[in-house]
Design a protein around this ligand. Structure first.
Ligand SMILES: *[C@@H]1O[C@H](CO)[C@@H](O)[C@H](O)[C@H]1NC(C)=O
Ligand SMILES: *[C@@H]1O[C@H](CO)[C@@H](O)[C@H](O)[C@H]1NC(C)=O
Ligand SMILES: *[C@@H]1O[C@H](CO)[C@@H](O)[C@H](O)[C@H]1NC(C)=O
Ligand SMILES: *[C@@H]1O[C@H](CO)[C@@H](O)[C@H](O)[C@H]1NC(C)=O
Length: 755
């Protein structure tokens, strides 16, 4: 709806521009908006769009138009301009009628689908005229409408079309065909499908052209012998699933010279009665009620190639039953009740190649004779024995299926020069020997699944079968004796490439109990491979296990190594750090000691200034003040100050010395020590006072120097004051010369003060 304005616009625009091309475009735009168009816009699918009428404006180039499954109830009147339309699908709508001129101009129309509409009378179709303009119409599908009858009342209901070939009327509830032939207006009709109608009779069908008639799944019960007479071209007649239908068993048989294909399966046929079909090629008569076949039953069906009589109740065959079937190739007699097949029965059919006799009551493979049969199916019978010469009469036999029978023994020397495939599955055979197959030189495949073999076969059983390629031996009861050389030999023969005949896993031991259910190989691996340490099927698992274990071990090892390396590295690192720490400690101690030592050995700054020599002293100016005045000024403060002033020039020092006068050296020391209260009680060294000259002299004596040093030490080692003196004394014992010299080497030569 929201597109409406746009559409209107487009419409307006296009109506203003009155070009043919634009008109075309408008049609397609409109159409392809609602429906889906193919790339070349010749195929348009408008199905399932809830349309009630065909959208306006179609292009004439459209070839396939599908408007199925909509809600159209009136046949579209605007189809006329599509003279190129080939296929029109209007099925699944609600049409009840077709106007007379509905298909006017649709001369290209070939297929018209009108199934699943609401047509219920032929007249509403205007059948006389409506299809005439569609001169190419070939297929008309009207199935799933409710016509109920198909008649020809005064020709009003007659569909007239000279081109129509296929008329489909399935599921139309038609129960009768009446009047003069309803097909008389269809002068070119070839196929008529009337299946799934409750038709009881198909009389009054007249058509010289009809080839195929499908009346399967109807309610036919009877066909008069001449009912196909007016269908001279009929080739294919399908009448299956008419459960009551039987071919007339009257003196006159249904006949058709043209019929080639007849399907009358799932009916109620008691007798084939195919005599009237001399040109029949294929007859399908399965799932019927045929109980016996007469002599020469198919005498006149000389063209028959394919005959299916399975799922009947045929109890016996006569040797001349199939006489005359000179072209028959396929005969299916399975699921019947045949007990014996006379020797010569098959000989009557010189071209027969495939015979199915499965699920019958045959008890032995007799002495069937045929020069042509190549495939014989005798499965699911009750065969318990084969004659040694049973196959000799089958000169061309290639494939014999004896599966699911009751065979317990295959006689020695069953011979056939042609047999290639022998199926003995699911019998009760217990043994074979080297004579069993030695007369089957062409044997290529042998199936013996599900039998009761216990003794392992021998390679020599197949000495005469050079072409053997395939052996199926599974599901047997092999008794395994691994020590038996033959077992290994046969195993090798069967499973060894390149001429492998069976998968080794199909060879399974049934006994002894210890080996029950094991394959031959796994049961005997150790014995067959004494050197091998592990059984072969398990060797892979073993290998994998070992690989995994090895891998894990490897991983573990690597991990361990890595971890131990890391640990060692860490230890080394720690050790190194410890050493470094130690070294650092030692260094620190050393440094501390060195510092201490350095401190201990640091010369008194006063030492830096060489004391005046005697001559110098003599030149020095004379002290003005007395020695007493010196004593007066010797307070601790001044002393300390003086001590700190280590870098004073000798001039300064002299100046100070001059200012302070004579310094009572011992007094200074005492003062210093007494600063530390603990020393207060210590006996004081009594120092006499000297004059300035004497001082100078004293200063130079070793004792004075020692005192000065101790004074210096005391000054810097106040905390450990107690030991100061002792330490100092001890230190003094050490050779201090070098250091002293170092500080006092301003004149480069040893001095008096060095001792
Ligand atoms: C038309 O479309 C339907 C699907 O809606 C499809 O089943 C049918 O086969 C189409 N008809 C033709 C003639 O292709
Ligand atoms: C029939 O087709 C012709 C072109 O082939 C066209 O000119 C004519 O209009 C059509 N008739 C109708 C009734 O649409
Ligand atoms: C086979 O056809 C011949 C003539 O064509 C006829 O005489 C004979 O009776 C037919 N056989 C059967 C069994 O109908
Ligand atoms: C079968 O085997 C036996 C020995 O067990 C041997 O004498 C005989 O010749 C063999 N027959 C064939 C046909 O190989």
């Amino acid at each position: 709806m929201f597109r409406l304005p746009t559409t209107l616009c487009v419409l307006l625009l296009t109506s203003m521009a009155d070009g043919e091309a634009l008109e075309l475009d408008r049609d397609l735009t409109d159409l392809c908006f609602i429906c889906s168009c193919s790339a070349d816009q010749t195929t348009i699918d408008c199905s399932r769009r809830g349309l009630t009428e065909i959208p306006d404006g179609f292009s004439s180039q459209v070839q396939k138009l599908n408007i199925s499954n909509n809600d159209i109830s009136v046949f579209p009147a605007n189809l006329n301009k599509f003279h190129n339309i080939v296929s029109l699908d209007l099925s699944g709508n609600q049409l009840t009628a077709i106007p007379e001129n509905a298909l006017h101009n649709l001369s290209a129309l070939e297929e018209l689908f009108l199934s699943r509409n609401y047509f219920d009378s032929w007249i509403s179709l205007n059948p006389n005229d409506v299809f005439l303009p569609a001169t190419s119409l070939k297929v008309l599908d009207l199935s799933y409408n409710k016509f109920r009858t198909m008649g020809n009342l005064a020709n009003l209901e007659l569909i007239i079309s000279h081109s129509l070939e296929t008329l489909i009327l399935e599921h139309c509830e038609i129960d009768s065909l009446h009047g003069r032939s309803p097909l008389s207006g269809l002068t070119n009709i070839k196929v008529l499908k009337l299946s799934f109608n409750p038709l009881v009779r198909i009389h009054s069908l007249i058509s010289s052209t009809l080839k195929t008639l499908d009346v399967s799944n109807c309610a036919l019960s009877r066909i008069n012998h001449n009912e196909l007479m007016y269908l001279p071209s009929l080739v294919y007649l399908k009448m299956s699933h008419n459960y009551r239908l039987e071919l007339s068993a009257s003196a006159y048989n249904l006949f058709s010279d043209s019929l080639r294909y007849l399907d009358i399966s799932y009916c109620n046929v008691l007798q084939p009665n195919l005599q009237g079909f001399p040109n029949l090629r294929r007859a399908i008569l399965n799932h019927n009620m045929i109980r016996f076949l007469r002599s020469n039953e198919f005498e006149n069906n000389t063209m028959l190639e394919y005959l299916d009589l399975s799922y009947n109740n045929i109890g016996s065959l006569k040797s001349d039953t199939f006489r005359g079937l000179t072209l028959l190739k396929y005969l299916d007699l399975s699921w019947n009740e045949i007990a014996t097949v006379p020797q010569d029965t098959l000989l009557e059919m010189p071209t027969l190649t495939q015979v199915k006799l499965s699920r019958n009551y045959i008890t032995n493979v007799g002495h069937l004779k045929s020069n042509s049969v190549t495939i014989l199916d005798l499965s699911l019978c009750e065969i318990s024995s084969i004659g040694v010469d049973a196959l000799e009469g089958l000169k061309s036999l290639v494939d014999l299926d004896l599966s699911r029978n009751l065979l317990s023994h295959v006689p020695d020397g069953v011979s056939s020069n042609t047999l290639k495939f022998l199926n003995l599955n699911y019998n009760r055979i217990t043994f074979i020997n080297n004579y069993t197959f030695f007369m089957l030189p062409r044997l290529t495949g042998l199936s013996a699944i599900g039998n009761r073999f216990t003794a392992i076969w021998k390679r020599s059983y197949f000495d005469s079968n050079p072409y053997l390629e395939r052996l199926d031996l599974s599901d047997n009861m092999w008794r395994c004796d691994c020590l038996d050389v033959n077992m290994y030999d046969f195993f090798e023969y069967v499973t060894l490439e390149p001429s492998k005949k069976e998968e080794s896993y199909n060879l399974i031991c049934n006994s002894p109990m210890s080996m029950y259910g094991q394959t031959w190989l796994s049961a005997c691996y150790f014995i067959w491979n004494p050197t091998a340490k592990t059984p072969n099927p398990d060797s892979l698992i073993w290998f994998i296990t070992i690989m995994i274990v090895g891998l894990l071990t490897c991983l573990l090892l690597v991990n361990c190594i890595r971890r131990s390396t890391q640990r060692r590295l860490a230890a080394i690192q720690a050790e190194r750090e410890r050493q470094v720490e130690e070294a650092r400690d030692r260094l620190r101690q050393l440094r501390m000691r060195a510092e201490q030592e350095a401190l201990c050995n640091t010369p008194d700054p006063r030492d830096l200034i060489a004391p005046p020599s005697y001559d110098e002293a003599l030149t020095m100016p004379k002290l003005n003040a007395s020695c007493h005045s010196l004593n007066e000024t010797g307070s601790g403060k001044t002393r300390r100050k003086r001590g700190r002033r280590k870098t004073k020039s000798s001039g300064d020092l002299l100046e100070e010395t001059e200012r302070n006068g004579d310094v009572p050296v011992g007094g200074v020391e005492l003062t210093e020590i007494s600063d530390d209260g603990r020393r207060a009680n210590r006996p004081r060294r009594q120092i006499s006072r000297y004059g300035s000259h004497e001082v100078a002299e004293l200063e130079q004596s070793p004792g004075a120097r020692r005192r000065r040093m101790s004074e210096y030490n005391a000054e810097f080692n106040e905390p450990n004051g107690d030991v100061v003196t002792v330490e100092v004394q001890a230190e003094m014992e050490r050779p201090l010369r070098p250091r002293l010299r170092r500080y006092s080497n301003d004149d480069g030569q040893p001095r008096e003060s060095d001792f």
